[in-house]
Write a protein that binds this ligand. Structure first.
Ligand SMILES: Cc1cc2nc3c(=O)[nH]c(=O)nc-3n(C[C@H](O)[C@H](O)[C@H](O)COP(=O)(O)OP(=O)(O)OC[C@H]3O[C@@H](n4cnc5c(N)ncnc54)[C@H](O)[C@@H]3O)c2cc1C
Length: 387
């Protein structure tokens, strides 16, 4: 089904992204990133130079100024994921959807001036650390804590599963600054790489997304200056997270739609060229019906995500609508990839093929950004009016 959310500027930008992929994202590069567990900094700097990251950074700080407009980010996701470069898309997303928004929308003027220009160029990479080893879904169970001292905070505790945790230069970190677990007991602090007492544990070995690191972080009496308190006001961390989570969930929905579409295209191409019993696999009635199902699911995925992007642009994407988009899209993505793997036969299980890599990458979409069970809880609360 034809989509109508993009105009000429978006399509021109799509060409920039495609050219970037031709120049900087070869298969050899991907294999290197997967071996290293990170995207090399030169590629991130090139992405900054070509305007593929820092899209929501205001123009005065060197970005594209797309504050609430996710369409350019969607094009990056469509093209990069469609090229079989899921890890690269993930690395861009960690910067643009997880880290940058906390500075753009909630940072003080001084924080914006200090970090945003270099985040737009890729000189400074960010990460977001919410999850403690003992608390993921239940964020109010976080025990990583920062005690107020003269001129700043003393931070102690640990975080786990942090995307780009090892490669990031700054980590927006969710910590307890008050007593109990009321929303105003939490704050967000910028922890800088190299601060004394800030250590990276091991890179965790994971099922997919091999091209960016997932790390454990530990904090032992780390002094964080007052100027690194996001927004400059203590006790706002929980509200700040809630403000950005709809964007994070929309971004996962859009990635899921992009991966679902890629799954359909790869499968159509593969089954059209593969022969069995003297005919193309695409000519078996079973394959034809599955391809018809896949194409229709992709259309619905985009119709839903396009609408969500429009609501986000208007500032109207509520937490429960974003939660619906996240869980529904990632579950359709999973079905599409599973079907794609099946129709590729044995080759679908071989990670040389993009369908196999995308399948492994996709599994975490139903877990991070809030598990799909937690998403359903949010939606259930909204539709029933009951806690
Ligand atoms: C590859 C990867 C990257 C990640 N990146 C980041 C990152 O950059 N930053 C970050 O902060 N975190 C990150 N995470 C952490 C991720 O967000 C958490 O793993 C996720 O929120 C789930 O938390 P948990 O692992 O503690 O699971 P738990 O909360 O222990 O959940 C275990 C199970 O219980 C279910 N459950 C929990 N509560 C409820 C409930 N109320 N109702 C029904 N079921 C429930 C869950 O759905 C799940 O099935 C990442 C995780 C992975 C795997």
């Amino acid at each position: 089904m034809q989509r109508d959310i993009y105009d000429e500027d978006h399509e021109a930008f799509r060409e920039v992204v495609k050219e970037f992929l031709r120049r900087y994202a070869t298969n050899e590069k991907r294999e290197q990133w997967e071996r290293d567990g990170e995207i090399d900094r030169a590629t991130m700097l090139a992405a900054g130079e070509q305007g593929l990251i820092g899209l929501s950074v205001p123009e005065e700080f060197g970005g594209a100024g797309m504050l609430q407009d996710y369409r350019f980010r969607a094009i990056v996701n469509e093209e990069v994921i469609g090229a079989g470069q899921g890890s690269l898309a993930g690395a861009f997303g960690i910067q643009d959807d997880l880290a940058v928004p906390y500075l753009v929308h909630m940072g003080t003027q001084a924080q914006k001036e200090k970090w945003l220009p270099r985040m737009a160029t890729g000189e400074v990479l960010g990460a977001l650390a919410m999850t403690d080893p003992g608390a993921g879904s239940d964020l109010r169970g976080v025990t990583t804590n920062a005690k107020k001292v003269d001129g700043g905070y003393i931070l102690n505790g640990a975080k786990t599963f942090i995307s780009s945790g090892k490669t990031a230069d700054i980590v927006v970190t969710f910590v307890k600054t008050g007593e109990g677990n009321r929303p105003d007991a939490f704050s967000l602090l910028i922890v800088e790489n190299g601060m004394e007492g800030f250590d990276h544990g091991k890179k965790l070995s994971k099922m997919g997304f091999h091209g960016w690191d997932t790390a454990e972080l530990s904090f032992t009496d780390v002094f964080i200056p007052d100027e690194n308190l996001i927004g400059g006001v203590e006790g706002k961390g929980f509200v700040q997270l809630m403000m950005n989570l709809p964007l994070e969930r929309l971004s996962i929905g859009v990635c899921a739609a992009a991966a679902g579409e890629a799954a359909f295209k790869w499968t159509l191409e593969y089954t059209s060229n593969r022969e069995a019993f003297g005919q193309a696999v695409a000519d078996f009635q079973n394959t034809r019906f599955r391809l018809a199902d896949m194409a229709t699911t992709v259309d619905v995925l985009w119709a839903y995500n396009d609408r969500a992007m429009e609501l986000y642009r208007q500032g109207k994407l509520s937490a429960d609508e974003a939660a619906k988009v996240k869980f529904w899209s990632t579950e359709r993505e999973w079905e599409l990839l599973d079907m794609g793997v099946q129709l590729h036969g044995g080759y679908g299980y071989i990670t040389e093929y993009p369908i196999a890599r995308a399948f492994l990458d996709a599994r975490v979409h139903r877990i991070y950004g809030g598990t799909n069970e937690v998403m359903r809880e949010i939606v259930a609360r909204a539709v029933t009016g009951r806690k």
